[in-house]
Design a protein. Structure first.
Length: 231
């Protein structure tokens, strides 16, 4: 029986693929380059998440990595967008965090995200646009455990690798049940709880990419576990 291939690294030719796709975002061009996409991006991305599934398990990390939950289609949803370009010009991976390994759904956007895009690559972690009931629970959790929350986001390694807040201007002016003078109000008024760190595009092609993702996952674990309590 032939051994199943293992992930080694992504081809640097992916740079050219996405650069040209940005200039020729149409079905004709994409179909002409479909073989490269299937072999060097789609197939390798599957191997990538399969290897990470083993790595997360072996390191007792509650991040979920599989084709169903971690990969995105390259086709854009253009139904409600003014931009009718049919294809995404980036590659993203999402690793949901759930220490009970229950069913992950669209209302559970908690975890680690890895994004490759020309001149805009980054890692992000936390929870993005939580459902209203989850948002309410998160706010009460932060209010009750504010000191613990501050310790997590002010950790030296966390701040080093996830220094930026995403959607820093997406706030609520008033929150039911909380005074604007609450000591945690600056965090309670947020609607997204995501911290990110930009990376050099070339990191995506590093031979040690699996270890790099593992390192990011370990650093972000406490942050995600904190929010997992509310979900």
């Amino acid at each position: 029986m032939k051994n199943k291939p293992k992930f080694d690294s992504f081809s640097t030719e992916i740079k050219d693929f996405f650069f040209e796709l940005k200039e020729n975002n149409n079905k004709l061009w994409f179909d002409e380059h479909l073989n490269f996409y299937e072999k060097e991006i789609k197939a390798k991305a599957r191997l990538f998440v399969e290897e990470l599934e083993k790595i997360f398990f072996n390191n007792n990390l509650a991040f979920i990595s599989n084709s169903k939950n971690s990969l995105f289609r390259i086709n854009r949803d253009i139904r409600f967008s003014k931009d009718k370009s049919p294809y995404k010009t980036n590659l993203g991976f999402f690793f949901p965090y759930n220490n009970k390994f229950s069913i992950i759904n669209k209302d559970y956007p908690l975890g680690l995200y890895f994004h490759y895009e020309l001149n805009n690559s980054f890692f992000a972690n936390g929870i993005y646009k939580p459902a209203n009931e989850h948002l309410k629970n998160i706010r009460y959790l932060i209010a009750d455990e504010y000191d613990e929350y501050l310790n997590i986001i002010n950790d030296e390694n966390f701040k080093k690798y996830f220094p930026e807040m995403m959607d820093n201007d997406n706030f609520s002016k008033r929150i039911a049940g909380f005074s604007n003078n609450h000591r945690a109000f600056e965090h309670l008024k947020r609607k997204n709880f995501v911290y990110m760190g930009k990376i050099d595009d070339n990191l995506f092609f590093n031979n040690n990419l699996l270890d790099i993702v593992l390192h990011k996952a370990k650093i972000s674990e406490k942050f995600n576990e904190f929010f997992n309590q509310a979900i």
